[in-house]
Design a protein around this ligand. Structure first.
Ligand code: GTP
Ligand code: MG
Length: 307
């Protein structure tokens, strides 16, 4: 059955869980239908506060996400979660563990949790995750959490879709400078040393603070480090207050709007690339490519095909 984009969008706007799931699957599978759905949803996109959570594997991002969801739900703020795992070609694995832990939240109509994994090319994943967040935004979720594991380029791209970025570390993450090299120090708005119950947490906090001070303040926002025990829930209040404070800062500084425009700009560019590709690769050109492959270098083929 082909869902009618208009009907699907209507259901999404009502927060219908199955319709949301359906739309995200369509986006994930790269169907051209995704275009009409996103187009129909467009007037409703742009309200949500998008929080990105990133950091090395196993630092407690999902446990923290769980706590953040509970905090917002107590305030009757609705939450959407997208857990992205760029390293796994299948949906499941580590995220299945998250699902079990988050089980009590699945029945809450104010919460929607979805995991996304790469299907082949990593290139499309960041855009798909961003579009999935758009769907949740249109569905009326007040807060959208995007959790992604790792420290690579794809993760940084995914974090581009967030308004507020939390960078999570643990006492034994090792070299803070490593995280700095990976670009995490640059992108983080709020730094968290999770597993504060473990030895060396204070030290880790001081190390990160030191690096942040070295770097200096580059915008109007001074990043701070918070010690948290996500399992017991200690240290969460200060961190959550900081997240809200960052949201207010973005609003006051006009950055919320700038980020929204930046996302839109990237989306347009990406869509143009995609459509140009669709138009370009007709039957004739595809056949010509096959013919040239054996004899010519890539540059020669490109020059010939674009001439
Ligand atoms: N001691 C301690 N353990 C914690 C804390 N927070 C989370 N953990 C444990 O750390 C392990 C990993 O937690 P997750 O929340 O799955 O970590 P994650 O960063 O989401 O992991 P990936 O998504 O696989 O990268 C689990 O066994 C948690 O129970 C904490 O504050 N203290
Ligand atoms: Mg996780």
């Amino acid at each position: 059955m082909k869902p009618d984009p208009a009907e699907l969008s209507r259901l999404i706007a009502q927060g219908h869980k199955r319709a949301i799931a359906r739309a995200i699957s369509i986006i994930e599978n790269g169907h051209t239908q995704a275009r009409s759905i996103l187009e129909a949803l467009h007037p409703r996109i742009g309200r949500a506060h998008r929080i990105g959570i990133t950091g090395p594997p196993g630092v407690g991002k999902s446990t923290l996400t769980n706590q953040i969801i509970k905090y917002y739900r107590k305030k009757e703020i609705s939450v959407g979660v997208i857990a992205v795992d760029p390293s796994s070609p299948f949906t499941g694995g580590a995220i299945l563990g998250d699902r079990v832990r988050m089980q009590d939240l699945f029945t809450d109509p104010g919460v929607f949790i979805r995991s996304m994994a790469t299907r082949g090319s990593l290139g499309g994943l960041a855009r798909q995750a961003s579009e999935a967040a758009d769907v949740l935004d249109a569905a009326g979720k007040d807060v959208i959490i995007m959790e992604t594991v790792g420290v690579g380029q794809v993760e940084l791209d995914i974090m581009n879709a967030a308004d507020t970025i939390l960078v999570v570390n643990v006492p034994d993450t090792g070299d803070v400078i490593q995280g700095m090299k990976a670009g995490l120090m640059e992108i983080g708005d709020v730094f968290i040393v999770n597993k504060a119950d473990l030895e060396g947490a204070e030290r880790m906090k001081t190390d990160i603070q030191f690096v942040l001070e070295l770097k200096g303040e580059t915008s109007g926002w001074q990043q701070q480090v918070f010690l948290v025990d996500s399992r017991k829930g200690t240290g969460l209040d200060d961190m959550l207050t900081e997240i809200d404070r960052h949201k207010n800062y973005l609003n006051d500084a006009g950055e919320f709007e700038l980020k929204r425009l930046r996302r839109k700009r990237e989306q347009v560019k990406s869509m143009i690339m995609e459509r140009l590709g669709d138009v370009f690769w007709n039957k004739e050109r595809s056949e010509l490519l096959e013919k040239l492959l054996e004899k010519k270098s890539p540059v020669e083929i490109v020059d010939r095909m674009l001439s």
